[in-house]
Write a protein that binds this ligand. Structure first.
Ligand SMILES: *[C@@H]1O[C@H](CO)[C@@H](O)[C@H](O)[C@H]1NC(C)=O
Ligand SMILES: *[C@@H]1O[C@H](CO)[C@@H](O)[C@H](O)[C@H]1NC(C)=O
Ligand SMILES: *[C@@H]1O[C@H](CO)[C@@H](O)[C@H](O)[C@H]1NC(C)=O
Ligand SMILES: *[C@@H]1O[C@H](CO)[C@@H](O)[C@H](O)[C@H]1NC(C)=O
Ligand SMILES: *[C@@H]1O[C@H](CO)[C@@H](O)[C@H](O)[C@H]1NC(C)=O
Length: 405
């Protein structure tokens, strides 16, 4: 069974010549397989206390498919914005969901324009590699994931058969570099374990939180997503087990209207936000790559050599790290909608299914490409399209060779 699944996946994985090397240990979705795996799957909660320049802990919470104006006017999200900083110029990088989640930790979406069962090759590093290299603990909390490290496509509510947990909203599980590693799988957990880790004092320093398909608004509305988020976050604002120089980011994967620019709401809050910035807004340009750049700047980490390098670091963090913020040229912005993916390995109809090489020469505010990334890629001859900019490509303005024409 496993072998035939592997063959199928390899065949489906495009003409890149890249063999699919995912650990397929935990992909089965049948109820009995899930129960059997749940009985043996391991769970880990490593901790660390590496001081950052602006925060010591980052919790990233993603909601679904809501245009900026709708999200900003939701009463519960508007309430949360009064507790922190509202990001008024923050963007998704493409459509639909999965490439946005992939981009937020890997620095690109590699042509993905679908929500398929995509396996990103083990040569592709993510922010998780950068964190581990620096001894910074990380974890994911995915609401209603049936057990730690489950790699399946989806898990339904067993009573109602409603959509519940989905792989496409779980960034770490998309990358073979993580799924080939049993320790890493054990840190990709369900949300009930957030509360166990909170009580036990074993929360990690970097965490990514995905509510289920009801709670995140995907199958419901921004009203439900706003209620869920306020219920989750508000009690934590006064909880000193959570607030330990903590920065929380609440954002959305993508805007709902494909014909307009992909602007999404972002809210930064937590005790790492200085009192004088509470209730303010930040009009600088950000996108999902800012989520990686901010981590790199805060902890002085090297980079992935992809779109993370030039992304703007959130101003509240840049104030402490000395990162200069850049503006997006208005004429260029008018041409970028971030509503379509450029070509690449995971495109549904790829013309150039090649993983771009990271740009190993990039250096930004003293941050170089990580030695781990250099080791994987130094002899590789694939083309690279990354440069040090906030104005990243989109499908309407594709990188050389990765266009549709
Ligand atoms: C991974 O990178 C190594 C080194 O560049 C290369 O030899 C190998 O072919 C790559 N594998 C894939 C599947 O791209
Ligand atoms: C969450 O994980 C724990 C520990 O593995 C498990 O006991 C529990 O059933 C899981 N809860 C849900 C809702 O999947
Ligand atoms: C999603 O989680 C919420 C609690 O946060 C729960 O009320 C809801 O039933 C869950 N959705 C499904 C489909 O199980
Ligand atoms: C992206 O937006 C542009 C401008 O509105 C529009 O012409 C194009 O059709 C959109 N692309 C998609 C895939 O929706
Ligand atoms: C989606 O984002 C664009 C900005 O890029 C914004 O003008 C638009 O209002 C958003 N959609 C809606 C309906 O709010």
């Amino acid at each position: 069974m496993r072998a035939s699944a592997a063959v199928l996946l390899a065949a489906a994985s495009s003409a890149s010549g890249a063999a699919v090397s995912a650990s397929l240990l935990y992909t089965a979705t049948a109820t009995n397989s899930v129960a059997a795996a749940a009985a043996t799957a391991n769970t880990r909660s490593p901790t660390s206390n590496v001081k950052g320049k602006a925060f010591d802990r980052l919790a990233i919470i993603w909601l679904e498919n809501t245009d900026y104006t709708m999200a900003a006017s939701d009463p519960n999200l508007a309430f949360l914005a009064t507790k922190g900083i509202k990001l008024t110029n923050n963007f998704g990088v493409t459509h639909p969901s999965e490439p946005n989640y992939a981009a937020a930790i890997g620095g690109d979406y590699f042509g993905m324009n679908n929500d398929n069962l995509n396996f990103i090759n083990k040569n592709i590093s993510t922010v998780i590699d950068l964190l581990e290299d620096a001894g910074i603990s990380w974890g994911e909390y995915q609401e209603d994931m049936p057990y730690s490290g489950f790699e399946g496509f989806a898990w339904l509510n067993q009573e109602t058969q409603a959509n519940d947990y989905v792989r496409k909203h779980n960034p770490a599980i998309l990358y073979d570099q993580n799924t080939n590693n049993l320790d890493r799988l054990a840190q990709i957990k369900n949300l009930t374990l957030f509360y166990e880790d909170l009580a036990a004092g074993t929360l990690p320093q970097w965490m990514f939180i995905t509510p289920n398909m009801t709670s995140d608004g995907h199958d419901t509305s921004v009203t439900v997503a706003g209620e869920w988020t306020r219920n989750f976050v508000e009690p934590l604002l006064d909880d000193d087990r959570f607030m330990q120089n903590t920065l929380v980011l609440i954002t959305f994967d993508e805007n709902a209207s494909y014909s307009i620019q992909n602007q999404v709401l972002g809210i930064l809050l937590g005790d790492a936000v200085p009192a004088e910035l509470v209730g303010t807004s930040d009009d600088n340009f950000y996108n999902h790559y800012s989520e990686i750049a901010t981590v790199e700047a805060n902890w002085g980490l090297p980079t992935l050599g992809r779109w993370d390098v030039g992304a703007n670091v959130y101003q509240v963090v840049a104030d402490k790290t000395g990162d200069a913020l850049r503006t997006y040229n208005a004429d260029d912005m008018a041409k970028h909608y971030y509503n379509l993916s450029y070509d690449g390995v995971f495109n549904s109809a790829p013309h150039f299914p090649v993983y771009p090489k990271p740009n190993l020469c990039l250096e930004h505010n003293g941050r170089q490409v990580s030695n781990g990334v250099k080791k994987i890629w130094s002899g590789n001859k694939n083309p690279s399209y990354y440069h040090d900019t906030i104005e990243v490509n989109d499908g309407l303005n594709p990188p050389y060779r990765y266009g549709f024409k």
